[in-house]
Design a protein around this ligand. Sequence first.
Ligand code: C2O
Ligand code: CU
Ligand code: CU
Length: 511
Amino acid sequence: MHLNRRKFLMLGGTFTGAVLLSQCASDSKTRSTISQSSRPQLVSNSKDVSEYIGTKKLTSKNGQLDVTLDARYGEVNLIDRQARLFNYNGLVPGPRLEVQPGDRVRLQFINNLPEATNLHYHGLHIPPTGNADNIFLNIAPGEKFTYEFTIPQDHRAGTFWYHPHLHGSTARQLFRGLAGTIVVRGELDEIPEVKSAHEEFLVIKDFSIDDDGEIVTPSNHMVQMAGREGSLLTVNGKSNPTFAIPSGGLLRWRIAIANASPSRFYRLSLENHPFYLIATDGGSLSEPVEMSQILLTPGERVDVLIRGDREPGRYRLFNLPYDRGSMGMMGDGGMMGRGRGMMGRWRNRNNNSDSTEVLATLSYDGKTQTQSLPQKLIPVETLPEPQTTKRFSMNHSMSPGRGMVFLINGNAFDPQRTDTQAQLNTVEDWEITNTGMFDHPFHLHTNYFQIISRNGQPETLNAWKDTVLVPIGETVRIRIPFRDFTGKTVYHCHILDHEDLGMMGVVEISG
Ligand code: C2O
Ligand code: CU
Ligand code: CU
């Protein structure tokens, strides 16, 4: 990364240099000097730009993170080309925000988009109200809003992310490019073996872009069934980037996978290498767990270690096929430009979730290192028995005049209605059943949960989660401690088209 950046900065003064500078500046004046007509030609070194983009981060200083996030619609470098996307500060994915427990966050948000939006801090345990993680806010085009909150002193270290959360627009705005990661540093990062591992963030995101670099609006059918999926798979805005590993060394992939795709599922496997899972949505596991494959649904994140203990060479990170619902496949791929010739140079081969794709490459870099896996991580507490057990069912139906609606317990989202009440400092079990025909990843804001059982079978992995897949016909029981914050918050399907089409409910936590 360093080399690339230096190489890039040496280009200063060339047009590409100007693009880079403007993309790094949150200052809108610099940005607006890039007009449509001066759109740069494809240049051979544009790869360096995207390299830089994937690593842009904003870190807190002296207990304070002061940042400006400027949401706008404009040209962004994506896979060595200029695409017209929704973006934060000119970056896709948006800048990574890094904080420590106890930090005060002050985020000046500017909505320069042509439409209303807002911000959600997915996975952070912060208030769901006021000017914190309040998804009921509506920030009009041209408006500014200051988000302010404190990361609790006892917040677990982990990988989180931010994205828009305006009901009805969420999926579209994510699909157009809006998402970025948030990292809370802490105990997990201080475990010597973890600390010694070289850390990389992988933000996986799918796009669908036409020859002019504009987002292709998916067919209604697709939106209303499986949710929008793009045929272009990117990691940090790049196509199949390479990550280096020393022989005998450890690489930490925070496949932070801030899974920023609105609908696509990823079934990951790394050629000849197992993953050693060290953290899930809500932070560290008690000890590393070896896994040959990881299924990552929208909203979920994983943090894995990879050991460089194989024959030096190049190994592929695959996205394997996954069928997330029979009707889902109908809305897939074929609708999106296959045979229409409109995808042109942007087109990737992966038009379907039923084919295997290469997302990234792991490459032994010729260096040697001796690093070992950690034995123990951070203990995951065992939650007490619940005071209450509630049942939720996820389904959909056709509504006259509206098309498809997605429902929880028979209801489509209504911000005025409170669907369920919870008491602060109590523990509840939620038994979630999918009675429909599509898989639904269930997500809860504000508080983490642990998975207790799936179809009555006890869950063996004790982990903190904020999103869990509830496959067709299955029942998942989760246990939620309601801690620290009162107010209204939400739970929903993280296939964001399903959420926009009604699959969200309100839980009011009272003290
Ligand atoms: Cu990432 Cu309510 O969502
Ligand atoms: Cu969330
Ligand atoms: Cu769903």
